[in-house]
Design a protein around this ligand. Sequence first.
Ligand SMILES: [Zn+2]
Length: 331
Amino acid sequence: MDKGAFYVGVDLGGTSMTAAVIDVRTGRVMGESKRKTRAELGALSVTDRIAKAISKSITNAGLKRQDILGIGVGVPGPIDPLTGIVVRCANLGASWDQFELGSILSEMIGLPIMIDNDVHVGAVGEFAFGAGKGLSDLIAIFVGTGVGGGIILNGKLHTGTRNSAGEVGHMIIAADVGPVCGCGERGCAEALCSRTAMEREIRASIASGQPSIISHLLEEAGRSDLSAGTIGDAYDAGDAVTIKAVSQAQYYLGLLIASCVNLIDPQAVILGGGVLERMGDAYLDPVRQAAQQHFLNKTDAAGIAILRAVLGDYSGAIGAAVLASERLSSS
Ligand SMILES: [Zn+2]
């Protein structure tokens, strides 16, 4: 078999992880392994689980370790790509503070490792083999519990001086008057257009006595947290409280996109994450309208494509493999 193109990409999440062998010439998933993260076990045990998932994915691809050129891992938090050290991973626990993931995992698996944060690798995945294929300048924005982003300029991930570029969720778009964000600031985009922001608005409306089918849907599903699925179901059913919260989030996502477009003037903005996946293209029209109204340069505004991500859960694993192929082969 032709060697020279197989890398393993790992998408490490707070509750689950995916390791996938990727042919970086085509983006094809050759084999994969998913398992629970089990963050409560601590960084070292979770790293051992990552190593096992990597090995299993290689076996599932019908390959051997020596067929693999390197590993890329997307981590949910800030990292140092040069040292392979995780700075912090709030949703995985304190044992990840300054954890030497790169060197420890490389020792376990016997292959070179590249790490970067999950949103950066997701942006690279969509750029290389997803909605942004063939483009050179784009911004990818992922909307979920939070809002993260990655910037591709001239065909390359723009990392920034401290590898922290792309934090679009913390662009302040309603200073002083907006809701408090998870980061402590007031009026960040994340506090206005994330799934968490929609949930806060929906719960506030219900608490003020407005009728909604949300409580009924949660009871039916036997859960207390408001998932993208439940929000989508209530929206489709015409629940007024949900429609109001969703419309507000769409408006602020549009403002965020407009600010990004005014700064970078990209060919496209790609939107991913649970809410977008559940609600589909219909979610995009109001977002597009709000965004285009706030472009400073309105020439060919519709030519700035605002697209839905297409790789779903695989954007992270594919992007991690692609980034590993670029960084490990040039070092
Ligand atoms: Zn913030």
